[in-house]
Design a protein around this ligand. Structure first.
Ligand code: FUB
Length: 344
């Protein structure tokens, strides 16, 4: 334990990272260093910032092609008064042992608030090793959360993002290919273990479903979310620096819907703009260039008139599955496009 603490301190002191012989300085520092955190879903509730991250751990599970080494076992909530202020770790909000149907791997969660109740949405593999979405509730934004006895019926894959529109409707976006298993689902039916998408095929699309009034089930059949190129065509799998891989996030700016996501194996956070929550969304560019580490995952939130990008990298550990969350200001151009961030 002492060794781990010393290593973390040393790494923090030496904040510069070396890449291709050049010293690159990260623009932001990890928000916390006593635990590893990733996939930050940030929200402003009652004037404060709450971050719902994955809680990365070294579980000893061997690395495999499906991300088996991302073997997280609980969630913790981070809170802060402003993007710049001290961060509080509010302890365990939900433990895998309290989710009866869960098998392994608690991946990127999100939270929504409705009528004084906080709903934590989380992807975890069931006992058959298939990713499903769970929901857990609390009267406090920091938990503890109590999980429902079953996963959300009809849910699958990973990385839920729950977006509340101004008319009071809540939509869940989700999906992730490769280890996130999205390619195993066709017309919402499980196809069993399949190969990863191949070049020459249409890229797999993220999914959306409206949530029911009780926030614990899907109010409609899951639909695909179309992301189109500038000519109005769907991306092919070959276009892997622009096509969807995982980490959906939706926010609204000046009346438009912004759908942002990770391209996975090319490590970009891209975005596309649409006129309604279901899309289609037209590709516009890159929000965040690749960071240190294989995964790239983010959220975008407004706080007191400014916009912030929460993201992660592997500055502290140098290991892909042991990440640390960060924040940086995000800026728009007058035409509504986002100024690309390079975090080093
Ligand atoms: O944290 C586990 C997985 O890594 C997430 O679900 C993905 O988005 C990637 O960040």
């Amino acid at each position: 334990m002492k060794l781990i603490r010393n290593t973390i301190t040393l790494t923090l002191i030496c904040t510069a990272i070396v890449s291709f012989g050049q010293v690159k300085k990260p623009l932001s520092q990890p928000l916390v260093s006593h635990i590893f955190t990733a996939d930050p879903s940030a929200h402003v509730f009652n004037g404060k910032i709450y971050i719902y991250p994955s809680h990365d751990i070294e579980s000893g599970t061997k690395e495999d092609d499906e991300g088996g080494h991302f073997d997280m076992k609980d969630y913790r909530v981070l809170s802060m008064d402003t993007p710049q202020s001290k961060v509080k770790d509010n302890g365990v909000a939900l433990d895998i042992k309290d989710v009866k149907w869960a098998g392994r791997q608690m991946w990127a969660p999100d939270v929504a608030l409705k009528n004084d109740t906080y709903y934590l949405y989380f992807p975890v593999k069931d006992k058959e090793d298939i990713f499903r979405m769970g929901v857990a509730t609390s009267k406090s934004p920091v938990g503890p959360f109590k999980a429902e006895k079953e996963p959300i019926k009809g849910s699958y894959s990973i990385d839920p993002c729950v977006f509340k529109d101004i008319n009071g409707s809540y939509y869940m976006y989700f999906g992730g290919i490769w280890g996130g298993q999205l390619q195993r689902w066709k017309n919402n039916v499980y196809q069993g273990k399949t190969d990863n998408p191949k070049k020459g095929e249409l890229a797999r699309l993220p999914r959306i479903a409206k949530l029911s009034a009780d926030m614990k089930s899907l109010a409609e059949e899951v639909k695909e979310v179309k992301i189109l190129d500038e000519k109005g065509n769907l991306f092919m799998e070959d276009n892997n620096d622009k096509r969807f891989f995982e980490a959906a996030w939706v926010h609204k700016y000046k009346g438009k819907y912004y759908f942002s996501y990770s391209t996975g194996d090319t490590h970009n956070i891209c975005y596309a703009i649409g006129d309604n929550p279901y899309g289609p969304f037209t590709y516009k560019g890159i929000v965040l260039n690749p960071v240190q580490g294989w995964t790239n995952h983010h959220s975008i939130v407004e706080f007191k008139g400014k916009w912030f990008l929460y993201y992660h990298d592997t500055q502290i550990s140098g290991k892909t599955h042991l990440r640390n969350v960060k924040v940086i200001e995000l800026k728009y151009n007058p035409d509504g496009t986002i100024q690309t961030i390079t975090a080093y």
